[in-house]
Design a binder for this molecule. Structure first.
Ligand code: GLU
Length: 603
């Protein structure tokens, strides 16, 4: 803690006494060591992540008097160690924050930025005029954008935290030094990436020791990352954006550390990128105001562009609000959910990118536009997909559909965390390096992977004769689907939720909200429920557990294809009398970790 926060500490002490006094008798006298459980109820603050180590670190920060932002950054830094294939300082993300003091929601856009040299055809092979195959584009220097994660942490702590960055990085550095136990998810993520990782000396040294992924149950250490965190703790983010680490990042992008003797074969050339020191030096996070829609009396806040999360979740909710889902059969409600999602995706694909003007975004989130879109839904018959985008022009009343536009979807990795403190502050934070394993390149000597976020741009125009809002451009940020979401009731936090999963992020957040707000599920039930995703494609993708819903929906004209598990959500619900209900996945990604500072006995 910095000295200038002594006043905050005194306040913390006073509030702690007050909240302890108010806590019911069944709260345990000392916080027990958290175990890995997907649901926790209690007092004093809550953390939900995909990983026990990260949740423990976040809870410890809260227990010692830190606030939700301090705990979120410390937990995120720990995820950079234990979930390095999903997120880390080589990537970016979106941070949504409810400030209890201001009773307002704020955001930080820490999305990766394209180098200033990146043009519209960056992913088109000059030799053939054709776009690169996805794996070729992904495992390249071209794919890496200027990372925004560290700048996000710094901004969040400066604006709202009580810890400094060094404090927040220390527990994670400890985990990186001391090591953590490899689980089957960690091992599988390496074996799934072995061909890409094996091409680079730095990555194979770290993640393929002796040529193989580490065994589940063994202890994994990352001393280089511990050193990098300590270096940043000591010297500040300047060392990353303008100093020695910046030089190493640029070197990795421009001269990928290809192994003399690669492990396994890779079918594509490894192309360097053009990111320069000046690109890192000019990187800034942005702090746009959140998107907001009202839904059944709640206020739902999300992330604006360059994420499409706030637009697509918000537009779909606006469409759904035209119908009372609780009065429908389960099949009828799911039909509405799938149709609203397809319509919102059509508009996302046509209109949403980094340069979308804010007034256009507001039109996409307007009730007038939603009514026009909702009237296309036939309760008895599924629309033919892909559906056409609408006309968010401010003049509403019709029910016309234009020409269909092709669907656009993306891959999956990423991680999400939710933190709340005893003062009522809330963080919902989704962070990523894009694909599981990013671009496959560990920055030599630094212990972290670079992202491949630039492949979230469309490689070639996707919107026929209309302009594509998501083509690459200098300094541009690729469109995201990340949808960290905070729901308020009467201006106070009611629920916070988010998930990874590429463009399925949008449908997963939407489905959890519908499950919770319309279909009578508790938050843990809403998170655990079987998922299906309709992103304006011919077939709905459904998890195996969604099978019982399929006959009814097929009768309405939906078609289905099987999907492996979708997403890995975390969330917190704010119960009465200051109680928190933290929820993570019971099964997906090996199960997540929910915790509260003071558990209520029996929860
Ligand atoms: N890169 C994706 C996005 O920004 C996230 C990747 C994922 O969640 O799998 O939308």
């Amino acid at each position: 803690m910095r000295l200038r926060h002594r006043r905050a500490l005194v306040l913390i002490a006073v509030t702690t006494l007050a909240s302890t006094a108010a806590a019911p008798v069944q709260a345990s006298p000392r916080p027990p060591t958290p175990e890995k459980v997907p649901v926790a109820t209690g007092y004093g603050g809550a953390v939900a992540t995909v990983d026990l180590d990260a949740t423990k670190v976040g809870l410890e920060v809260l227990r010692k008097g830190g606030n939700a932002v301090d705990a979120a950054v410390a937990a995120a830094a720990t995820l950079g160690v234990t979930e390095p294939f999903s997120a880390g300082i080589g990537g970016g993300g979106f941070f949504v924050y409810y400030s209890a003091k201001d009773r307002r929601v704020y955001t930080i856009d820490g999305r990766e930025a394209a180098p200033m040299t990146m043009g519209e055809t960056a992913f088109v092979d000059p030799a053939t005029g054709l776009p690169y195959a996805f794996p070729e584009a992904r495992v390249s220097g071209i794919a890496a954008g200027v990372p925004g994660t560290l700048a996000t942490w710094e901004k969040a702590l400066r604006k709202w935290g009580t810890a400094d960055l060094g404090d927040a990085l220390r527990p994670a550095a400890k985990v990186a030094d001391r090591g953590f136990t490899v689980d089957s998810t960690f091992r599988t993520q390496i074996s799934d990436n072995a061909a890409a990782f094996g091409q680079f000396s730095s990555t194979s040294e770290l993640y393929l020791p002796g040529g193989l992924p580490p065994e589940a149950g063994t202890v994994f250490r990352n001393p280089d990352l511990a050193d990098t965190y300590r270096l940043i703790a000591k010297q500040g983010t300047g060392v990353f954006y303008r100093g020695a680490v910046a030089r190493d990042i640029v070197d990795t992008v421009q001269h990928p550390p290809v192994a003399d003797v690669p492990i396994g074969t890779w079918a594509y050339p490894i192309r360097p990128g053009t990111m320069a020191l000046s690109d890192l030096a000019r990187y800034q996070v942005r702090t746009p105001s959140p998107t907001r829609v009202s839904y059944r009396g709640y206020d739902v806040y999300g992330m604006p562009t360059p994420s499409s999360g706030g637009q697509a979740v918000g537009e779909a909710l606006n469409i759904l609000e035209q119908t009372d889902l609780s009065a429908l059969t389960r099949t009828g409600a799911l039909h509405q959910y799938l149709e609203a999602s397809a319509l919102a995706f059509a508009d996302r694909n046509r209109f949403v990118g980094d340069n979308t003007p804010r007034p256009l975004l507001e039109q996409l989130l307007s009730d007038g536009f939603a009514k026009e879109r909702a009237c296309l839904i036939n309760p008895a018959q599924a629309l033919v997909k892909p559906v056409a985008p609408g006309e968010p022009d401010g003049a509403y009343g019709g029910c016309a559909a234009g020409a269909p536009s092709p669907a656009v979807t993306e891959g999956q990795s990423t991680t999400n965390l939710t933190v709340a403190d005893r003062w009522g502050n809330v963080v919902e934070y989704t962070l990523t390096i894009e694909q599981t394993g990013g671009n496959g390149m560990v920055v030599p000597g630094r212990g972290f992977l670079l992202n491949n976020e630039m492949t979230d741009f469309n490689f070639t125009p996707t919107q026929g004769s209309a302009a594509d809002p998501n083509l690459p451009g200098p300094g541009k940020r690729p469109r995201s689907s990340m949808a960290p979401t905070i729901v308020l009731a009467d201006g106070r936090p009611f629920l916070a939720v988010g998930t990874p999963g590429g463009s399925t992020i949008i449908t997963t957040v939407l489905q959890i909200l519908v499950n919770r707000l319309d279909l009578g599920m508790t938050l843990p039930e809403a998170v655990a429920a079987a998922r299906a995703t309709q992103r304006n494609t011919a077939a709905v993708l459904g998890e195996a557990e969604f099978a019982p819903e399929i006959p009814g929906l097929t009768a309405l004209g939906h078609t289905f294809a099987a999907s492996p598990e979708i997403g890995a959500a975390t969330g917190i619900e704010f119960l009465s009398h200051g109680r928190f209900l933290a929820a993570a996945e019971p099964v997906r990604r090996g199960g997540g970790s929910a915790g509260v500072v003071w558990p209520v006995a029996g929860s």
